[in-house]
Ligand binder design. Structure first.
Ligand code: SF4
Length: 419
């Protein structure tokens, strides 16, 4: 499984040989691809390969083109349907690629009838089962902000929040299917509710789900915009035990001028103070962050502000991206930083992030922590730190786990008992 990450969102592509829905892009895309996969099997359109595309970086598009060519090279009879942000932006280009037979727009990609058009109806008796560990639940789509580097808001439009009952139904469905943990996801989940009644913000949805689903014991949040973490959200982060102690923030840079040029709405001091407040009330929280390196005009000094922010704001689980100029964005017109300088800064930042993570992991040695097993040996702690077990685990079960040592930035240990 290859993965990328953007806006705090885990991105993965799956094994292209075994499935016919290929996902590129964010966790939201992954969440949608799961639904599309449902249509594909339900409608029996296994003769088609659906690719849910991503346009967040030039690299994501390059990989997409490479994937289409590879699939076509292996099977010149392949019928590929594209949907998602890249095909939304350049439909004329993609439709001409060998193997591509159709494009479904971002707006209708979750409408079953779109796939029916391509379907050769065929009954599939069994849908392959995957272990149920972590389910992603979309609560909103689109974004109202105007970050100068971002193409996602252009491809997905303004913020649209889903109704709480719709979200509750989806959450129930995930639990019924056996998912142990639910992560609330979207393009920008901290903008949830801005288009609804004033009181229905992200904390409202968290409370609503926990109140109506007492069996939901592990709830996570995908990326949060630090500018939108208000007192109510802060309160729920530090006081709600069923909310996992892993907070991923869309930080992007540690330099205030760069943040302004990105049109982000927070400063480095706000991130530091916010994280201090959270840790003060809930010391087990581990922070993750998205960082863009080499944003136009970034000097060595500005980059060094990002480096110092990592330690000052206690950011340890980082997703680092090189700046990628996207068409039709303001940042693509700004003076660029040389590629080799970006590459050098990326490796420096990765090394620093690794050191900080090692330090965080080392703090766990000797402790007993709760983990969720992702397969027979791999797991994540509640704070989302990676763990490897010396004894066999059962996928999807929770254990009290003894942390014995650290190896290649993974906690090594054994289950003390199942909980
Ligand atoms: S907050 Fe900014 S980066 Fe995130 S989706 Fe909205 S415009 Fe894009």
């Amino acid at each position: 499984m290859n993965y990328l990450h953007f806006h705090g969102i885990l991105i993965f592509t799956e094994d292209m040989n075994s499935i016919n829905v290929v996902n590129f892009g964010c966790r939201l895309n992954a969440c949608e691809s799961d639904l599309i996969k449902g249509f594909v099997y339900e409608l029996g359109i296994v003769d088609f390969t659906v690719i849910n595309t991503c346009a967040v970086t030039t690299e994501a598009e390059r990989k997409l083109r490479q994937t289409i060519r590879k699939l076509y090279g292996k099977n010149p009879d392949i019928k590929i349907i594209l949907t998602g942000c890249a095909s939304e932006l350049n439909p004329d280009y993609y439709i001409k690629m060998d193997g591509v037979v159709g494009i479904i727009s971002n707006k209708t990609k979750l409408s079953k009838s779109e796939y029916l058009k391509y379907a050769i109806q065929r009954k599939i008796s069994s849908v392959p089962l995957r272990p149920k560990v972590r389910g992603f639940l979309q609560i909103q789509n689109g974004c109202d902000q105007k970050c100068t580097y971002c193409i996602v808001r252009l491809t997905r439009g303004n913020n649209v929040s889903f109704h709480e009952d719709e979200i509750l139904q989806q959450a129930k469905l995930l639990l019924t299917k056996g998912y142990k943990e639910i992560i609330l996801t979207g393009v920008n989940i901290t903008s949830y509710g801005r288009d609804l009644d004033a009181h229905k913000k992200l904390p409202f949805i968290v409370r609503y789900l926990l109140k109506n689903l007492p069996e939901l014991t592990r709830l996570g949040l995908s990326s949060l915009d630090p500018a939108d973490i208000d007192d109510d959200l802060l309160k729920i982060i530090v006081s709600e035990e069923k909310l996992l102690p892993h907070i991923h923030e869309s930080v992007q840079s540690g330099d205030d001028l760069i943040l302004k040029r990105m049109m982000r709405r927070h400063t480095r001091t706000q991130v530091i103070e916010l994280n201090e407040k959270i840790l003060c009330a809930r010391p087990d929280v581990i922070f993750g962050a998205d960082i863009i390196v080499g944003f136009p005009t970034e000097t060595e000094e500005m980059f060094s502000n990002t480096k110092t922010l990592l330690r000052e704001a206690k950011l340890s689980l980082l997703h680092i991206f090189p700046f990628s100029p996207r068409p039709k964005t303001a940042a693509s017109l700004m003076p660029r930083v040389e590629k080799k300088i970006i590459a050098k800064r990326i490796s420096e930042l990765k090394q620093l992030a690794d050191d900080i993570l090692t330090q965080k992991l080392t703090e766990q040695i000797g402790a007993n922590v709760i983990i969720l097993a992702e397969d027979h040996f791999n797991a994540k702690t509640n704070s989302f730190l990676p763990a490897k077990s010396l004894d066999t685990l059962v996928t999807g079960r929770e254990y009290l786990f003894h942390c014995e040592s650290i190896e290649k930035n993974v906690i090594i240990g054994y289950p003390v008992k199942e909980i």
